[in-house]
Design a protein around this ligand. Structure first.
Ligand SMILES: C[S@@+](CC[C@H](N)C(=O)[O-])C[C@H]1O[C@@H](n2cnc3c(N)ncnc32)[C@H](O)[C@@H]1O
Length: 185
């Protein structure tokens, strides 16, 4: 998968990025008010365009990614963000992180093994924001069928979490979906 890529692919990509972080994701900015304030985990945070936005908006941010290049850049942008280098293909990637009020997953398709663990990561009435290429997007060599996010990916948490928002969107890059869930208890 080129879009998800392996560690070397992403390290190289972040090495060649410009000095400044990219702008935060529009869907995150549009839906920030739906996220529970407090501690937020930015899953597959990259060099932190969204982590930095969340920090600026009063969240205490933890970023997780497997690319050390990305995490070093993020720490260079702000020392106030805690980072963990973890590989999300491992079932234990979320161990020892503590609890969060919100979890953000932007442009990364999380494994079913880790999706199952999200309710345990969240505090009471915690929220989950997920956004990325949707199954309406036409796959190609870069964004493959396996990269497309489907509501069904989250079926293992339907008994513990309620979908409060679902938005389809598109731009010149393709078709996207955004889901926001809240923990029932
Ligand atoms: C498309 S980027 C999205 C970055 C960020 N969430 C954003 O919206 O700008 C995908 C990110 O997933 C990370 N990633 C890919 N595979 C991973 C894995 N197995 N474990 C942890 N991070 C991974 C990459 O290093 C990269 O930062």
């Amino acid at each position: 998968m080129k879009y998800m890529g392996d560690k070397d692919f992403w390290d190289e990509k972040f090495k060649s990025r410009g000095l400044k972080p990219l702008s935060p994701d529009q869907m995150l900015m549009d839906h920030l008010d739906l996220l529970k304030k407090g501690r937020v985990l930015d899953v597959a945070c990259g060099d932190g365009r969204n982590s930095l936005y969340l920090l600026d908006n009063g969240f205490q941010v933890t970023g997780l990614d497997f690319s050390l290049e990305a995490l070093n850049r993020l720490t260079g942008f702000s020392k106030a963000i805690k980072t963990f280098q973890r590989d999300l293909t491992s079932k234990s990637a979320f161990e020892g992180l503590g609890k969060f009020d919100s979890v953000v997953i932007n442009h990364y398709r999380l494994s079913s093994d880790l999706i199952k663990k999200i309710p345990e990561l969240l505090n009471k009435e915690g929220t989950l924001f997920v956004s990325g290429f949707s199954d309406i997007h036409k796959p190609d060599a870069k964004i493959t069928l396996d990269d497309l996010i489907r509501l069904d990916d989250f079926k293992s948490v339907f008994d513990r979490m309620t979908l409060i928002k679902s938005v389809d969107s598109s731009d010149s890059r393709g078709c996207f979906v955004t889901y926001i869930f809240i923990l029932n208890d």
